[in-house]
Write a protein that binds this ligand. Structure first.
Ligand code: SF4
Ligand code: SF4
Length: 73
């Protein structure tokens, strides 16, 4: 199920600790991709740590790389 786009989930999102997360994402404050949409920023895939994220676990998400694929449906 698509997680709620709220401050609580944004605070839990571990994207900023991810090796694929880059300066552009930091500057645009992009995160919580599973609840919002894919990244506007261009980036290289360097691994995805969604699997360790409480938002993924709590919402039973099955995928990853939401910054590339967009929000969970
Ligand atoms: S599952 Fe991934 S995109 Fe969604 S909040 Fe967690 S780290 Fe961010
Ligand atoms: S969605 Fe996955 S790959 Fe993308 S920044 Fe978040 S943890 Fe990293």
């Amino acid at each position: 199920m698509k997680p709620a786009n709220n401050q609580e989930n944004s605070d839990k999102c571990v994207c900023p600790n991810c090796p694929s997360y880059n300066k552009c994402m930091t500057e645009k404050m992009e995160k919580l991709f599973c609840a919002i949409s894919k990244a506007v920023c261009a980036f290289e895939k360097r691994g995805c740590i969604c699997g360790a994220c409480p938002v993924k676990i709590e919402n039973h998400l099955i995928s990853g790389y939401y910054c590339k694929s967009g929000a969970e449906i």
